[in-house]
Design a protein. Structure first.
Length: 173
């Protein structure tokens, strides 16, 4: 709630922790989209996931640069968690068989959509803060929100087009 005449200041410790949490999630997201690209290699969806992996990797780098620009430091503990996650992720983070099929394949696609939605929430939060801190670029944040929407749509399209193969059986008449 905003009161007339109130001067707002950033709570740097909270914002730093929040951005660090999102950076950790972004690193996980890059790994999961990389795994999805490998899962869908050779299919008509391979390029979709290659493009998404590339975009999300770039966004992760941009978030890391923002953290540095704001003068915040990375949590050593979270950095260790990210490193451990990278090792674990190589074992098949959500879908150990990386088949893209079955209910696990469906869950993998739903998880990817959730990751992109969380990232969109970050951009919306920063956009709301941009009214109080000139270091946030509202135009760029709007671009990022639009990109997140396109990314969610791309994953949803794969999920919707491949769901029948996971859950329906056909009979010859």
């Amino acid at each position: 709630m905003s009161e007339a005449g109130t001067v707002w200041k950033l709570e740097h410790a909270s914002l730093s922790a929040y951005l660090d949490d999102h950076l950790l999630a972004a690193e996980t997201g890059v790994r999961l989209f990389s795994a999805a690209r490998r899962t869908w290699a050779g299919s008509k969806y391979e390029q979709t996931f290659a493009d998404l992996e590339n975009e999300i990797s770039g966004e992760r780098d941009e978030l890391e640069q923002l953290i540095i620009t704001l003068g915040y430091r990375r949590s050593k503990f979270k950095h260790l968690v990210a490193t451990a996650g990278a090792v674990t992720g190589r074992l098949g983070p959500i879908n150990p068989l990386s088949t893209g099929g079955g209910t696990t394949g469906q869950f993998e696609l739903e998880t990817l959509q959730s990751i992109v939605r969380a990232k969109e929430c970050l951009y919306r939060t920063l956009l709301s803060l941009s009214a109080h801190d000139h270091r946030f670029n509202p135009a760029r944040l709007r671009e990022m929100i639009d990109m997140a929407g396109r990314q969610q749509d791309a994953v949803a399209r794969v999920m919707e087009e491949t769901a029948p193969a996971r859950f329906l059986t056909g009979q010859v008449r």
